[in-house]
Design a protein around this ligand. Structure first.
Ligand SMILES: [Zn+2]
Length: 293
């Protein structure tokens, strides 16, 4: 695959809006030449060159879900269980109306409606095949992107107490737009739960090629730290109230509360050089691992 950057749009930093960014030099070795950048001003790791939002959603629903991705494997059930327990401990899910953005095959919502948690779920999911799965499971849902759902208030049954975004925020074209849309769905004082495996500035969880992967990089635009995830949440009117111990977990999970718009300022940032050093060390560790085999 040879990518043509001229066919893609170039984006500024999704956290602070800066156009100043440094490329992570080792990344191209793993991404078939698709560059990955670090914001010079806030340290956010993001893919600058992306297709349109619908093209990215189509990639997920037609190519990725259709070929190799499924939530029905032990690793995914385990991480969804972890997030459900973490969210339940923070928010008590019992009787709460939950909107799962990027609901996939409905497995997380199926888990949440179990007596253990007792939540009332609704899914937003771009894949029609996954929509059919949720229909067969009796899970109310909307087939389309969160952008389309936001533009279709008639499709919305009500406001929600909690929005969940699991292994999804890193896969959209605009994390800002997705979080703004989530904010719109919630009652005043409602909460959002974001979970991701795409976290940085923590111990390396796997060889770098499995983290960056060979596919279209704009299906995976963002790599979050605790700071950058809290900052993008603040930009969309969410105050972080609880973060898991991501230092010894593969998962970064944040619970945040909807605050009145314009009252929050993103203050936390990462040092860009520290982030570049982190990837350089990961690259060296990956090389050393395979050299020793
Ligand atoms: Zn930035």
């Amino acid at each position: 695959m040879k990518i043509d950057l001229a066919n893609l749009s170039e984006f500024p930093c999704d956290v602070c809006g800066s156009n100043r960014a440094v490329e992570i030099e080792c990344a191209r070795e793993y991404t078939q030449g698709w560059p990955l950048h670090v914001c010079s001003d806030c340290g956010f790791v993001y893919v600058r060159h992306r297709r349109a939002a619908q093209a990215i959603a189509d990639s997920w629903s037609e190519e990725l879900y259709g070929t190799h991705y499924t939530a029905r494997i032990p690793a995914v059930v385990a991480r969804q269980t972890y997030v459900a327990e973490f969210a339940h401990g923070a928010l008590d899910l019992s009787g709460k109306r939950v909107c799962d953005i990027g609901a996939g095959e409905g497995t997380f919502l199926d888990m949440l409606r179990d007596a253990r948690f007792g939540a009332i779920g609704f899914g937003v999911e771009p894949s029609a095949a996954n929509g059919k799965l949720m229909a067969s499971m009796g899970i109310p849902h909307f087939v389309g992107t969160i952008e389309a759902y936001r533009a279709s208030p008639e499709a919305r049954p009500e406001s929600f107490d909690i929005a969940t975004v699991l292994w999804t925020l890193e896969n959209c074209q605009s994390c800002r737009y997705m979080l703004d849309a989530a904010n719109d769905l919630l009652v005043p004082g409602g909460h959002i739960v974001v979970a991701t495996g795409s976290r940085i500035l923590v111990p390396f969880k796997k060889p770098l090629q499995y983290y960056l992967g060979p596919g279209d990089q704009d299906t995976h635009c963002f790599r979050f730290s605790r700071n950058s995830l809290s900052s993008v949440l603040a930009n969309s009117g969410f105050e972080t109230v609880k973060v898991n111990r991501d230092i010894d977990s593969d998962i970064l999970c944040v619970v945040a509360r909807k605050a009145p718009k314009g009252t929050l300022v993103a203050r936390t940032r990462d040092d860009a050089q520290a982030v570049l050093d982190f990837f350089a060390r990961w690259h060296a560790e990956t090389k050393a691992h395979y050299a020793g085999l």
